[in-house]
Design a protein around this ligand. Structure first.
Ligand code: AMP
Length: 180
């Protein structure tokens, strides 16, 4: 059973996210989380909040999506007592891989993970900084499904609700701390 994420942690984190208009291209408002990462109390607060939300879920692997997802997934995995799995852009991982191609809010890309990173039946948590159109997270879930793992949760620091990412993740359990 997962718990709600605390409002105080969310509002502190939200106050530290910087909007950068027209990055990386015109029309995109980039959610810059670096001020939040740089604040010890805010960063550790959100890591603990996510870990608490999934502590009783039997999660044994936390998947971080390149690149900002790594920064969140690693401390959440350590706090949960779970292993860490990097999900990387095409061509970065050295061993045998599964892959999935997806559409971003800006562009398309292919993600890969090692084929032995998740065992059949293993419960995993998928972590990233921003849920936008949902294509990235859906591609990661597709790879977990291919490997026979179970997506026990999707943890997003930020959800851009107007992009309706949840529609691509129907039936999945999603926790986002900050919503726009
Ligand atoms: P999507 O596949 O559309 O849900 O896009 C999610 C991915 O793109 C995440 O890995 C985010 O890091 C990145 N992303 C999308 N939109 C933004 C945004 N407005 N600000 C920062 N990162 C974003």
């Amino acid at each position: 059973m997962t718990q709600a994420l605390p409002e105080a942690v969310a509002s502190k984190a939200k106050s530290m996210i910087r909007d950068v208009p027209d990055f990386p291209k015109p029309g995109i408002v980039f959610k810059d989380i670096t001020p939040l990462l740089a604040d010890h109390a805010a960063f550790t607060g959100l890591v603990k909040a996510f870990a608490d939300a999934y502590r009783d879920s039997g999660i044994t692997k936390v998947l971080g999506i390149e690149a900002r997802g790594f920064l969140l997934a690693a401390p959440i995995a350590a706090e949960l007592g779970a292993g860490l799995v990097p999900v990387r852009k095409k061509g970065k991982l050295p061993y045998k891989k599964v892959s999935a191609t997806y559409a971003l809010e800006y562009g398309t890309d292919t993600l890969e993970m090692h084929e032995d990173a998740v065992k059949p039946g293993e419960k995993v948590l998928v972590v990233d900084d921003v849920l936008a159109t949902g294509g990235t997270a859906a591609a990661v879930c597709e790879m977990v499904d291919k490997l026979g793992g179970k997506v026990a949760g999707i943890a997003m620091l930020i959800e851009l609700e107007f992009l309706k990412g949840r529609e691509k993740l129907a039936g999945r359990s999603i926790h986002s701390l900050i919503k726009y």
